[in-house]
Design a protein around this ligand. Structure first.
Ligand code: 2IT
Length: 446
């Protein structure tokens, strides 16, 4: 493959889509040598084909707010690649959502889902609807309107959405109810459902748990251990919450969390009821972490500052794309951070990743480290198909095994001559192989 030519064509074809171009470039740069060693991929134009989403649905979502005013939002579903299973991926409700955001996330999801070992293709959707400060009624009306259109394009064997930023159990419930009403079917069309109506145990915790299981693999690779390590997390959503729970259980000390308004440093550690409070704050959808310091005297709030300035051994970004830039990466290196587990999707800029890798910091990319969320969604789909529910232990054991397998695959394809593990390269190659082989086997279909 001619990397320069492909990137130039991609840039010309996707103007004003910097996120998609960033995600694509990172993958292309790391798989180029591998692809060139295997001429069949070029023969079947796999790289060119994988870069084009199979379908993008973009629609209008009209709803009425509490004041009786009519609001208009945009809805999206990018059905990126179905080679290895039905489209699968979350829905994001956030004011920053554009077609570019959706495309980059769906592209990443295809590789991530391939890594999980489960049969899931890649997709992503969402809306520029901003849940901040909205009432339950407003959220419900929005979700119902959104699903009224989306239901035309999804189904348990075609496309199975789930949550992402701004979409949790409440939103999944409202959307599931509307799908059921319109279609008259109680089927596994969404994951992240409530336990009483087809959901899986551990799904809410899964992304955070999975990231910590992946981190255990990274530590073991360096004959290191988690116990006693200082950890900084960004974000206080589902993902950071799940990570904090597992980190406490395994004896690490979370000293800082953050929100869009600044960060919280708590030298006593963020443990027990403080972790439950993280979830409470998240449920309000007010998008501020400051109240944490009012509630807990040991916690200090640093308004407008990024959490990466706190001293730590391990940093786990759990917020949003490009939340950690080159300057932050340099700060982490300076502060002695040895492991960065990117748990947000494309949480680090390309320059940040390069800086970390240059300094030989162990760096796990989101598509590997955060795959536990979608993997557990895959397990929810299995349980729905079998019409039964596994125990907490069963789900957790499977999640753990999946994360170990992803880690092993990253090491297999990412170990460099000097022993440093390039997890980005490993994840991209391992994710690519499965999708590419399936596409070749299925003929020139997509
Ligand atoms: O980014 C992600 O992998 C998710 N938001 C979870 C997707 C899913 O289908 O569970």
């Amino acid at each position: 493959m001619d990397l320069k030519k492909i990137m130039a064509e991609l840039e010309a074809k996707n103007p004003a889509q910097p996120l998609y171009l960033q995600a694509a470039k990172e993958v292309l740069e790391t798989i180029a040598d591998f692809v060139n060693e295997h001429p069949k991929y070029d023969k079947y134009a796999i790289v060119e084909r994988i870069l084009e989403p199979e379908r993008i649905v973009k629609f209008k979502v009209t709803w009425v707010d509490d004041k009786g005013q009519i609001q208009v939002n945009r809805g999206y579903r990018v059905q990126h690649n179905m080679a290895i299973g039905p489209y699968k991926g979350g829905l994001r409700f956030h004011k920053s959502v554009t077609e570019d955001t959706m495309k980059f996330l769906a592209f990443e999801q295809t590789f991530k889902n391939s890594l999980t070992t489960l049969p899931m293709g890649g997709g992503k959707g969402g809306s520029d609807f901003d849940p901040t400060g909205k009432s339950d009624g407003e959220v419900m009306r929005f979700c119902q309107s959104f699903m009224t259109e989306l239901q035309k394009y999804i189904g348990p064997e075609t496309d199975v959405p789930a949550g992402d930023i701004g979409v949790g159990g409440r939103e999944i419930g409202f959307m599931y109810g509307q799908y059921k009403r319109l279609r008259g079917e109680h089927v596994g069309v969404l994951t992240g459902k409530g336990l009483e109506w087809g959901g899986s145990l551990i799904r809410p915790e899964a992304t955070g748990f999975g990231a910590v299981y992946f981190l255990e693999g990274m530590l073991a690779e360096k004959k290191d251990q988690l116990k006693g390590k200082r950890v900084t997390l960004s974000g206080f959503g589902n993902v950071a919450w799940g990570a904090a729970l597992k980190l406490e259980e395994l004896g690490a000390k979370v000293v800082a969390i953050s929100g869009p308004d600044g960060y919280i440093l708590d030298e006593d550690g963020i443990t027990g009821e403080k972790i439950a409070y993280m979830d409470e704050l998240n449920q309000t959808r007010n998008n501020v972490v400051a109240p944490f310091a009012q509630k807990y005297p040991s916690a200090k709030f640093f308004p407008g500052k990024k959490v990466w300035e706190a001293k730590a051994d391990i940093a786990i970004p759990c917020a949003i794309q490009n939340e950690l830039d080159e300057q932050d990466a340099k700060l982490l290196i300076q502060n002695g951070v040895k492991y960065v587990v990117e748990t947000s999707n494309m949480g680090c800029t390309a320059e940040a990743v390069t800086a970390l890798q240059k300094a030989k910091v162990a760096f796990a990319p989101g598509k590997a480290a955060n795959a536990g969320g979608v993997a557990t969604s895959g397990l929810e789909m299995s349980q729905n198909s079998m019409k039964l529910a596994w125990s907490r232990e069963e789900v957790d054991e499977k999640l753990n095994a999946i994360m170990n397998s992803i880690h092993a695959n990253c090491v297999k394809y990412g170990k460099e001559k000097d022993g440093y593990i390039n997890y980005v390269k490993g994840a991209n190659i391992a994710g690519f192989i499965k999708v590419a082989e399936a596409m070749i086997a299925q003929g020139i279909a997509y």
